[in-house]
Structure formats: structure tokens, C-alpha cells
Design a protein around this ligand. Structure first.
Ligand code: B12
Ligand code: SF4
Length: 531
């Protein structure tokens, strides 16, 4: 049987990172079946195009995965595929949280023949076997022989053959600059962000978050060996093919068990498996100096921190009092001293927020080392304690907000600020954080740092701006470059200066071996160090 796994596009950003679930399920598919993957972010298709692809390829089963914000699009695609006579199975966080919706058991239309609830590592092979026999069940739940929920142990963990996959569609370097980089900075014409999970689960249970409910509070880890081997394969692949690979450890809280994280990082260092990496770690776990040293030594470059608010009352309201705003600056300084920077995430529209929340937050952010702040509105995801609380209080203005998805639009009434004011605060925060002036001042504040740190920082800033201000066209990118010409010019001229100085040093320093046959300007050939 030919199977298609499909992830709908999010309509805001393009192909920056593969979705792990597709690659994982592909690796877990029983032998004898062929699995094709389409990520709508990398290969946008409308319903007609997708159906005609499915017909041409004679696909016998389509698996669709979606977060809540993409589910309306997922349903649209599923409806078209089912109308063409091909069965659809849906999985992922949203259908797990609201399975009746996809199955049409809530009075609405049916969108899927079957749903896979929760983690599908162990149910997927059965789904494929049943579909091949034409005996697809409606619901697949990961349970043991006694009917009790069973979570996959992650030991063993399948090997994802990243090096054999065509990752060109996930090249983050804009097409226009690739030829230039190939000529002048070979190795940088392709940059891939690869998702790796080292463990699953987070016990903290923040009120707005689906993770504790979905993965359970029992945390499970892969073996260090399995993670290190995956990194080594990726590193070899990056070297061989002259491209950059950055790893995103997608664990919800990468240091949830500090002892285990330290042991993993030590093993990565010992095996020489370092690749630049990003991970999500809560601020309370970054108090540990030894952990932060190991993050730096294993080439951790960016840490995503869910700060949510600078107001302890807000944090208490959403069950996140383990975040201590008074220590945010110390944590960020601790990271910055090792050239590690933070993606700091904030939620506006929390119950204690009042007008002016953007100004107050920005004032704090500007007193910290430069980072990448991201801002979102409080969003009641189905099946979270937050959703239930707001529903009971009659505060949900759009109880099925996902069926009429609109980016950055609230779906509930905040208490001390209006919905419109919250939207305006969000707009202000994004505009102030990613305007050309702020970009330039962030780069200026890094003047004493190595040039590559500054370049990476600016590149990330330009990308991150696109999370809120869509920059999907060539025109939008050209405008972005023109608007940010000051820091770009500064870094490019710094780079040229460094390159020239390096060349000059090579020419004048006999201790630096020149390539065979290289002549100095005076015609002499530098002596080889034969020592
Ligand atoms: C990586 C990640 C991202 C990436 C996504 C890009 C990418 N290419 O992966 C980034 C950083 C961009 C991101 C952004 C956001 N994310 Co996010 N993200 C994650 C994260 C940390 C990991 C996802 C992952 O790969 N997990 C590991 C895989 C193996 O698990 P999985 O995807 O659930 O798949 C398993 C099952 O669900 C199932 N399955 C999944 N799909 C399918 C399909 C079929 C057919 C079958 C059979 C089974 C199946 O099988 C898999 C194996 O067991 C999750 C949290 C988490 N730990 O999952 C949050 C998570 C998915 N994100 C979430 C949210 C809310 C967001 C944002 C909306 C946040 C925001 N406010 O901006 C944005 C939206 C981005 C956008 N525009 O699309 C929520 C989603 C909740 C929900 N109900 O939708 C999650 C669950 C985190 C949370 N705090 O609650 N995210
Ligand atoms: S710490 Fe992060 S992953 Fe864990 S429950 Fe809170 S928001 Fe979710």
C-alpha cells in the first residue's frame, strides 16, 4: 500500500523545520508499504492539487496530523480526500483533545475515517495493517492488554534516516542568496533545522498547556547513546555535504531532569557529537551553573524560555509560579556570558494584565541581554484546565476558535483589559521588538562579541520578525533588507575586513602554511612547517 502523511501549512511561515511526527511514523511503518510525505509549509497545495497527487500516486491511505491552529485546514483537506474515496486517519494533539469533532460525533460533519489518540508510536503499525486489509477501526488508543493507557518508553527509539532524506525543501537560506553564499561562503548555502526529541513529558501542568495532559506527567527519555548516534550521523552528513545543521531538541523541557540532561550533554561532548543546538528549558532549571557550562560546551546556542509574564500574580493564576520574574535578568546574563541567547516567550491577556502591559514588558526586556522575544495572546486550547475554567466562567467568546482560526485573535474576554486593547498591546510589542532601530541597537550591544555571534543574531531577528509580520514574498524580504541596511552593512563590512585581515596575515606570517603552489606577492613560496 502507498501511504501519504500530510501536514497542513500554517499560512504564516514557510519551510523552516520538518515536522518530526511524519518522519517518526515513516520509520515505524511496517515493511512492505511505501510512505510519502508532504509538508504543506514546504510544498503548499490546495485541495484539488492534493487530491490529484493522491490519485496520480495511487495512495491507499492518508494520515494527517495537526495542531489546533491548523485543524480547520486539515479538515478541509481531509474532506476532499475522503470525497475522492481515499480513507483518512487523523492524529496529533488536536484530535486527541477533541476526537468527536473529527469523527463527526459532535453533531458536525465527519472529517476522518479513523483517529489515532495520543502517542501513536505503537498504534501506527496496527493502523497500517488494518487499513491494508480494509478493516480500519474508528479509534486507536495506546492501551495495554488490561485496557490501561500505555505510553511508549522511547527505548528503543527508531533511527530516522535524516541523511538519506531529501531535506532541500527545508533549507532556511532564502533562494535569492544561495548562489552568492555558494561562491563566497561555501557551506552556508544550506542551513537545516532538524528536530530531535531526547525525551517526552513535562509534569509542571501549566494551566494553558496541553503537554502534561497529552504526554502525561511520567517523563520518558531515549538512551544517551541513541541521541548521540543521531547527532553523529547528522554531523557526518553536514560535513560531507557542506551544509549547516542546527538541532532543535523539541523536548518540552529539555532539562526537566537536570542529572539526566547533564549526563546526555557530557556524552555528546565526549563523543565529539556537538552541533549547534536550540532547546526549550524553563528559567528555574537554568540556575545551575554547571548545566549552563555543559550547554555551552555541547554547542547550545539558543534557549527558548516560556517566561509568559513579568507579573508574579499572572504566573500564579496560570499555575506557573515556579517562574520567578526577579531572576529573569540573572538567568539571561548567565547564558549571555557563554554566548548563549534566549528566545523569551510572553503571553498577553492574562487575568492580571492591564493596559500598558507591552510597555512594562518591553522596559524589562530592554534591560536584559539582547534576545528574541515572542508575544502571543492567551489561547484556551481544548482539554486544558484553562479552557475548562474559562468555559465555566462564561468567558469564551469563540468556544470553537480553531474552526474560524485567525492569527493573534483572542477567544476569551480578559479581566482587566479588553480584547481590542490586548491585540493593540501585542502589535506594539512586536513592532517595537523587531523594528529596524531595535535590530540595530541589539547588534550594537553585541559589538564586543565574535562576528559570527552577531551575524547569527541578526539573521535570527530577521526570521523571527516573520512570525508576526508575514514575510512570505521576495518583495517582503527585499524591503526587510533595505529597512535593516544599517546593521547588515555593519556586519558585512566587518566580515570583509576580517577576511582581508586573515588573508594579509596568511601572506605575511611564514608560520601559516599556504596551499601548495601559493606564491607571496614577491614571488617567493612560503616555507612549509616541517617540524
Ligand atoms: C516543535 C514544536 C513546534 C514547532 C513546529 C514546527 C515543526 N516543524 O515542528 C514550532 C516551534 C514552530 C512550534 C510553534 C507553535 N506551537 Co508547537 N510544539 C512543538 C513541540 C514542542 C514538539 C512537536 C513534536 O514534534 N513532538 C514530538 C512528536 C513525536 O509528537 P507529536 O507531534 O505529538 O506526534 C505524535 C502523536 O501526536 C501522533 N501523531 C501526530 N500526528 C499524527 C498524525 C497521524 C496520522 C497519526 C496516526 C499520529 C499522529 O504520533 C506522534 C508519535 O507518537 C510540541 C510539544 C510536544 N512535545 O509535542 C509543541 C506544540 C505542538 N505546539 C503548540 C503550540 C500551541 C504552538 C504555537 C501555536 C505556539 C504559539 N503560541 O505560537 C506555535 C504555532 C506555530 C505555527 N505557526 O504553526 C501546542 C499545540 C497544542 C494544540 N492543541 O494545538 C504543543 C502541543 C505545545 C503546548 N504547549 O501545548 N511548535
Ligand atoms: S513547563 Fe512548559 S511544557 Fe511544562 S507544562 Fe508548563 S508550559 Fe507546558
Amino acid at each position: 500500500m502507498k501511504i501519504l502523511l500530510y501536514n497542513p501549512d500554517n499560512g504564516v511561515t514557510r519551510n523552516f523545520m520538518p515536522h518530526l511526527w511524519m518522519f517518526l511514523l515513516q520509520s515505524l511503518t511496517p515493511p512492505g508499504h511505501e510512505v510519502l510525505l508532504i509538508d504543506g509549509n514546504a510544498r503548499p497545495m490546495n485541495e484539488k492539487q492534493l487530491v490529484s497527487f493522491i490519485r496520480d500516486q495511487q495512495i491507499g491511505l492518508v494520515g494527517i496530523g495537526a495542531m489546533t491552529r491548523m485543524v480547520a485546514r486539515a479538515y478541509l483537506m481531509a474532506d476532499a480526500i475522503r470525497a475522492a474515496g481515499v480513507p483518512v486517519v487523523m492524529g496529533g494533539p488536536h484530535v486527541t483533545e477533541v476526537p468527536d469533532e473529527a469523527l463527526g460525533r459532535d453533531g458536525g460533519p465527519r472529517h476522518a475515517d479513523a483517529v489515532a489518540l495520543g502517542e501513536a508510536d505503537e498504534t501506527w503499525p496496527q493502523i497500517v495493517v488494518d487499513a491494508a486489509r480494509g478493516q480500519l477501526k474508528e479509534i486507536y488508543t495506546p492501551v495495554d492488554e488490561t485496557g490501561k493507557e500505555r505510553k511508549p518508553s522511547l527505548q528503543p527509539y527508531p533511527s530516522i534516516p535524516w541523511e538519506k532524506l531529501d531535506l532541500e525543501q527545508f533549507n532556511m537560506v532564502p533562494k535569492v542568496v544561495r548562489p552568492l553564499l555558494e561562491r563566497h561562503a561555501n557551506g552556508w548555502q544550506a542551513v537545516h533545522l532538524i528536530p530531535i526529541e531526547s525525551g517526552r513529558g513535562c509534569p509542571y501542568g501549566c494551566e494553558f498547556c496541553t503537554v502534561t495532559g497529552f504526554f502525561g506527567d511520567s517523563i520518558r527519555f531515549r538512551t544517551n547513546e541513541s541521541v548521540v548516534n543521531e547527532l553523529l550521523r547528522l554531523k557526518k552528513h553536514a560535513r560531507k555535504n557542506r551544509r549547516q545543521v542546527i538541532v532543535f531538541f523539541i523536548d518540552d523541557n529539555f532539562a526537566i531532569n537536570i542529572k539526566r540532561t547533564k549526563s546526555l550533554l557530557r556524552d555528546i561532548i565526549a563523543a565529539g557529537a556537538q552541533l549547534p543546538w536550540i532547546a526549550q528549558i524553563s528559567a528555574n532549571l537554568l540556575r545551575d551553573e554547571e548545566l549552563v557550562d555543559l550547554i555551552a560546551a555541547s554547542h547550545g546556542k539558543w534557549v527558548f524560555i516560556g517566561m509568559e509574564s513579568i507579573d508574579p500574580v499572572n504566573l500564579a493564576d496560570v499555575n506557573k509560579s515556579f517562574n520567578k520574574p526577579v531572576e529573569y535578568a540573572t538567568v539571561l546574563d548567565r547564558l549571555a556570558r557563554r554566548d548563549i541567547y534566549a528566545i523569551t516567550s510572553f503571553i498577553f491577556g492574562l487575568d492580571n494584565d492591564t493596559p500598558g502591559v507591552a510597555d512594562r514588558t518591553l522596559e524589562q526586556i530592554e534591560s536584559w541581554p539582547p534576545g528574541l522575544p515572542v508575544f502571543g495572546q492567551l489561547t484556551p486550547f481544548p482539554a486544558t484546565p484553562l479552557y475548562d475554567r474559562l468555559l465555566k466562567a462564561g468567558r469564551l467568546t469563540r468556544p470553537k476558535h480553531w474552526l474560524e482560526f485567525a492569527p493573534y485573535q483572542m477567544a476569551n474576554t480578559p479581566l482587566k483589559i479588553t480584547i481590542a486593547q490586548t491585540h493593540a498591546e501585542l502589535d506594539q510589542a512586536w513592532t517595537a521588538s523587531y523594528g529596524p532601530e531595535r535590530n540595530a541597537s541589539a547588534i550594537d550591544s553585541l559589538s564586543d562579541k565574535p562576528l559570527k555571534v552577531q551575524i547569527m543574531h541578526l539573521a535570527m531577528r530577521l526570521f523571527f520578525r516573520g512570525i508576526y509580520f508575514p514575510q512570505m514574498t521576495k518583495r517582503a524580504w527585499v524591503k526587510l533588507v533595505v529597512d535593516n541596511r544599517r546593521p547588515i552593512y555593519k556586519l558585512v563590512s566587518g566580515g570583509i575586513g576580517k577576511w582581508r585581515a586573515g588573508k594579509k596575515k596568511k601572506r605575511s606570517d611564514p608560520a601559516i602554511p599556504a596551499p601548495a603552489g601559493t606564491q607571496r606577492r614577491d614571488g617567493s613560496v612560503p616555507a612549509r612547517n616541517t617540524g
